[in-house]
Design a protein around this ligand. Structure first.
Ligand SMILES: Nc1ncnc2c1ncn2[C@@H]1O[C@H](COP(=O)(O)OP(=O)(O)O)[C@@H](O)[C@H]1O
Ligand SMILES: [Mg+2]
Length: 403
């Protein structure tokens, strides 16, 4: 059975978000966001992560966790006072739509949601709302919950059947920056439905998969073996009131595999497991609509890159995958399509994100170079023509429903 790749987010427009003055990009079921250190790759993912956090906890929380509006909006000589995000998506039920908001500074302190807009289905026909500074300006539904300018209305609107699918899809994105130190510590047993951003509850998630989704657990195990060949398996292990991971590892001359607790496992192995669990954690209780992973190749042996790439491709059949990377090894694949790449660069502190330039595309299409080789040669850069075209005619955050 072949499953066609799934994509939730089709297009992302950002304005004045951290180092990104403006960006307008299309995403694939599997997209590699590639560029040097400090170019703005994490900032791009963080804009999506902020949407997820604001929907799951509150806008206030999501902003505070990031140091407040002053840290989030772009610092530049133009002194922008607000930032904005527009996400164009396709829901699991096939309907297309968009969700957008912008946030500005209040005179004394704090911030307010200036505009917020959601539209689904055919232009002007499907569910939609439009809010300006806490006032509902347009709405497809006969009633709408009370809105205030310090919160995202989509949270309240998720109580209405019409908007629930949008909320569910955007709130079910997962973002990962795995931290082996936290994965190694004894962990408090939790529900484990969903892997947390640094992998700090991975033992619970493995335990949950063992109980409710042995098939997914088997996929994790299979890929773990191909990424880290010595490792034969991994299980959740109870230690007093706490829990951790126990790895089964092949040992020359030993009849049975040796057992190692997470504490004694390498950074690379723990990170690889975290990446795989992030990718394949979907189960009957919870399935992420999109998984964003920061630099999945970190601490891995270059030889493991092909196996890691296979895992990314396999996962993207079920859930959209976004990956940040500056690893030539990860991108050294003649089958990697140039459409799957977004190049990121920083020019004078300002981030540009766009498809790669036509000469590099052509080189890849003719199999003269892999993306990895181009990256090594510093030839994987955003197409300057697209960048200047986009910044000259900046697409609107609001209105329209073309996806
Ligand atoms: N509010 C902001 N305004 C302008 N630049 C910012 C802002 N916040 C962070 N940056 C810049 O973003 C850069 C880091 O971007 P990041 O996305 O972490 O890079 P990477 O590509 O390594 O993931 C830093 O150079 C930092 O100065
Ligand atoms: Mg980064």
């Amino acid at each position: 059975m072949t499953v066609s790749p799934r994509a939730l987010l089709r297009r992302v427009i950002l304005r004045n978000f951290k180092s990104i003055g403006f960006c307008d990009v299309r995403l694939q079921p599997l997209t590699y966001i590639v560029g040097p250190n400090g170019s703005g790759k994490s900032n791009f993912l963080d804009a999506l992560h902020l949407v997820r956090d604001a929907l799951n906890s509150s806008l206030d929380n999501a902003m505070n966790e990031r140091g407040g509006l002053a840290e989030i909006r772009r610092r530049s000589s133009g002194h922008p006072t607000h930032f904005g995000i527009r996400l164009e998506f396709e829901l699991p039920d096939g309907r297309a739509g968009h969700y957008a908001f912008d946030i500005g500074a209040l005179k004394d302190r704090g911030y307010e949601v200036l505009n917020e807009e959601c539209a689904l289905g055919e232009a002007g026909q499907g569910p939609r709302f439009k809010i300006n500074r806490g006032e509902v300006k347009a709405c497809s539904e006969t009633t709408f919950p009370l809105v205030t300018a310090d919160r995202l209305a989509l949270v309240a609107a998720s109580g209405l059947a019409a908007f629930r699918p949008v909320f569910d899809a955007l709130a079910s994105m997962g973002f990962y920056n795995l931290n082996p130190r936290l994965m190694r510590e004894l962990q408090k047993p939790q529900e484990g439905r969903l892997l947390k951003p640094t992998g700090e509850n991975i033992a619970s998630v493995i335990g949950h998969l063992e109980r409710v989704a042995p098939g997914q657990q088997a996929i994790v195990k299979e890929f773990l073996q191909s990424v880290v060949p010595m490792v034969q398996g991994v299980e959740r292990k109870q230690v007093g009131p706490m829990e951790t991971l126990e790895f089964l590892q092949e040992m020359a001359g030993a009849r049975h595999p040796w057992r190692f607790l997470a504490q004694n496992m390498s950074d690379g192995t723990l990170r690889a497991l975290g990446v795989l669990v992030a990718l394949f954690q979907g189960n009957r209780d919870y399935a992420p609509t999109l998984v964003g992973i920061e630099e999945p190749e970190t601490a891995l042996h270059p030889a493991a890159s092909a196996a890691l790439r296979d895992a990314l491709v396999r996962a993207s059949a079920q859930t959209q995958v976004l990956v940040t990377s500056h690893s030539p090894e990860l991108l050294s694949d003649p089958d990697l399509s140039d459409d799957a790449l977004l190049a990121v660069s920083s020019v004078g502190g300002s981030t540009h994100i766009a498809p790669i330039d036509p000469a590099s595309r052509e080189a890849m299409r003719q199999h003269l170079f892999t993306a990895g080789e181009l990256l090594r040669l510093n030839q994987l850069v955003p197409d300057p023509a697209i960048v200047s075209q986009q910044s000259a005619r900046q697409a609107e955050l609001f209105g329209g429903s073309e996806v």
